[in-house]
Design a binder for this molecule. Sequence first.
Ligand SMILES: [Zn+2]
Length: 393
Amino acid sequence: MTAPAPRPLIFAADLVLPVSSPPIRDGALLVENGRIAAVGPLSEVGRENPGVEVRRFPRHTIIPGAVNAHAHLGFRRGDEPEGGSFSRWMTELISRLPEKAAWTPEAARNSAREAIEAGTTFMAESSLYGECLPQLAESGLAGTVYAEFLPFELGTPEEAVDFIEEKVRSLREGLPSRVGVETSMHAPYTVDPESARLAAQRVREREGRLATHLSESPEEYEFISKGTGFLADIFERFAQVDWDGKGDSPVRYAESIGLLWPGTIAAHLATGVSGEDIGILARTGVAAAHCPRSNEYLGCGVSPVPEMLGRGIRVGMGTDGLWSSPSMNLFEETLFAVKLHGFDGEMGLALATLSGGGRGDAGSIRREPRDGGVGGGGGRRGGGDRGRRGARV
Ligand SMILES: [Zn+2]
C-alpha cells in the first residue's frame, strides 16, 4: 500500500480562507505527503520552503474541503421514492430494498465520485453493516463509515451487539488511516431499546463514536411519544418487542437509553425539537447533522439550527443520500441552509467545513483575529503553522 511520498507543493491563490482563522490575501498552503503542512501569506510560505514548486491560481479562492456529517452513499439518482411524506417514502424504500442490493455498490461509487467532485474531503457515511465501506475507501475520501445493524436479524440484544462490535472490528482491518468504522444505531423505530442501549454502552466503553437518526419525522415523534402510527408497524417488523409509547420526545427517549454523549452524531433533529430537547442536546454534548433538503423532501419540517448553535451545540451539514436529496454536493446543501435560516456566508462556510469536522462550533465563529482559533490554527502566523498539521487537502 505504501507508494513513494509525492513531492511537496505550494498552492497559492489571491485569497485563502482557512475558516479557523482570518482570510489571507495572496495566501498559500504547503502540501506535504497529502496533508496541509502550512498555511499563510505566499511570501512567508515560499520563503520558508525554498525550492518547492508553487502552483498559482490567480483570481481564485482556496477554501477547506467540505465535511459531510451525514450521508448514505448507496442510493442513486433518478428513481427515488416519492417524497412529501416520510411514511410514504419509507414504505417504498423498504419495498425496494431487495432490488436495491444489486446496484448499491455502483450507486456508492457514483455518490462518492459526485461528493469528491463537489469539494468534499470527509464524509460520515451510514450504511447497513457498513456495506458502502469499500466504495468510500476506494474513492480517496477520508471518512467514517457507521455500520447500521438490525437486531432482529441477529438474536438477542446481547448477540446483536456482540455481532455489530465484531463487525466494526473486522471492517477496520487493513483500512487506510484516512478511513474509520464505527457503529450506527439506525433509528429509534428499527432498533429496540435494549439493543440500542447496549450498543451505545459498548461504543462508549471503547471511546468510539455513534451515529443515529433522531427526531427526523412527525411519524417518529408520534411513535416515540404515543406508540402509534405508521412507524409502529415498522417497529413491530424490525424490533419485534412490545412498545406502547414513552410519552416522551425522541430526544428525551434517546437520552433515557444512554444514546447521547459527545461521541454521538444525531442526524436530522427536524421534527418537534423543543427548547427542553435543545437543552438536553447541549448538556450531553451531542453533535447535530443538519440535512435540510432531505427534511424538506420528506415533509419533516425545519431543524432549529439557529437555536442549537445559540446553545453551543456542534452542528455540521449532511446531504443524506440521493433518494431523499438532489445531490451529494455539501456546498449546495449548505447554501440551502443559508437561505433557510438567513445565515451569512461566513457562517455557511463554517457549517460546511470546520464545524462539521468537529473542530469548533459554527456558533462560536468570531470575526476578529485571535490566538488559538477554533481549529487550533492561531491567528496570523509566520508560516510552518503546526496547528494546522493534519488537516486534509
Ligand atoms: Zn440518513
